[in-house]
Design a protein around this ligand. Structure first.
Ligand code: SAM
Ligand code: DTB
Ligand code: SF4
Length: 332
């Protein structure tokens, strides 16, 4: 097992980025094979449980009330609908169900309903993840008691670039919530977005911040900005796909035991780039036609890609309810 480091300097991270591409991929893939089955991908499914009208002003996000994205707002969805979607995701081969809400933080009226959703998803024998914004200690304890496995809370970019992208909260606010999540014994899902007009150093600093947390996030989603009309970043310059692949590789080397998720942005990525990401150490994706509000890679395209690359979905790691084996569309 590879040792985990929490004392990276930005120069060390930059030096990894600067390795010749083939050398970097070789190192990352070797690291990946030491800790994971390189032919196995974990599948998560995503559902927006409360859409739009968010008071935060994240420049990338179509759900912010500050921007003019064409989006149908939706109140908190009903628990039954969530459970039905989770069951459908499980039948398609997802082992984790993730729910996202466009909140700065959860309110007292809606929070108990989310707890009910978590209990419902857990009763299906799935891992459960939610992303609800900032939390206080009472809320993290309640989430843990409801059986929550993962909390997603992204750092998104470097502390230096943060205020160019989000002005309604501080980078430190994110770290504070993450500390409460960790202290409650919930696994952390934390990553970032590339393509926010950041520089080389911002990307290196983001990975340094992630790896230098007291423990590495269990899941590290690396998102490629989905450029949405009406958001301040709708015309952001697209990054070179090889920079994206390098970022996956550097994340894999720095956080050897974490699941690195090739997250948003796959729809606009060609198959060869995705294959390079898997080689570089990405071993988790969102499966299903939709992310939260934007389209994801089509399910049939994903199945075909897996088949062509001889990749197989990871089986559930939690004990299943007694209702019998589930036929996986992905393993068919
Ligand atoms: N409101 C909560 C929060 O921001 O913590 C949870 C939901 S928010 C939509 C979850 C994550 O989605 C964000 O942290 C960001 O990383 C990602 N995201 C949002 N819009 C995106 C976009 N257009 N492209 C890529 N990732 C995006
Ligand atoms: C994460 O890092 N990416 C997901 C999930 N965590 C919640 C969200 C992607 C959202 C993409 C834009 C949208 O569909 O609204
Ligand atoms: Fe709100 Fe989250 Fe979107 Fe930011 S990323 S505007 S906090 S929903």
């Amino acid at each position: 097992m590879t040792q985990c480091r929490h004392d990276w300097t930005v120069d060390e991270v930059q030096a990894l980025y600067d390795l010749p591409f083939m050398e970097l991929l070789y190192r990352a893939h070797s690291q990946h094979r030491e800790n994971f089955d390189p032919n196995q991908i974990q599948f998560s499914s995503l559902m927006s449980i409360k859409t739009g009208g968010c008071p935060e002003d994240c420049g990338y996000c179509p759900q912010s009330a500050h921007h003019g994205a064409d989006l149908e707002k939706e109140r908190l969805v009903e628990v039954e609908r969530v459970i039905a979607e989770a069951q459908a995701a499980k039948d398609r081969g997802a082992t984790r169900f993730c729910m996202g809400a466009a909140w700065k933080n959860p309110n007292d009226r809606d929070f108990p309903v989310v707890l009910e959703m978590i209990r419902g998803v857990k009763s299906l024998g799935m891992e459960c993840c939610v992303t609800l914004g900032s939390l206080d200690e009472q809320q993290t304890r309640a989430l843990k008691d409801a059986g929550l496995d993962y909390y997603n809370h992204n750092l998104d970019t470097s502390p230096e670039h943060y205020e160019n992208i989000i002005t309604t909260r501080k980078f430190q606010d994110r770290l504070d919530t993450l500390e409460k999540v960790r202290d409650a014994g919930i696994s952390v899902c934390c990553g970032g977005i590339l393509g926010l007009g950041e520089g080389e150093k911002d990307r290196a600093t983001l990975l340094m911040e992630l790896a230098n947390m007291p423990s590495h996030p269990d899941s590290v989603p690396i998102n490629l900005l989905v450029r949405v009309k009406g958001t301040p970043l709708e015309h952001a310059e697209q990054i070179d796909p090889f920079i994206f692949v390098r970022t996956i590789a550097v994340a894999r080397i720095m956080m050897p035991h974490s699941y690195v998720r090739l997250s948003a942005g796959r729809e606009s990525m060609d198959d060869a780039t995705q294959a390079l990401c898997f080689f570089a150490g990405a071993n988790s994706v969102f499966f299903g036609e939709k992310l939260l509000t934007t389209p994801n890679a089509q399910a049939d395209r994903d199945m075909e890609l897996l088949r062509r690359l001889d990749l197989h979905p990871q089986e559930s790691q939690i004990e299943q309810p007694v209702s019998g084996p589930v036929e996986h569309a992905l393993s068919a």
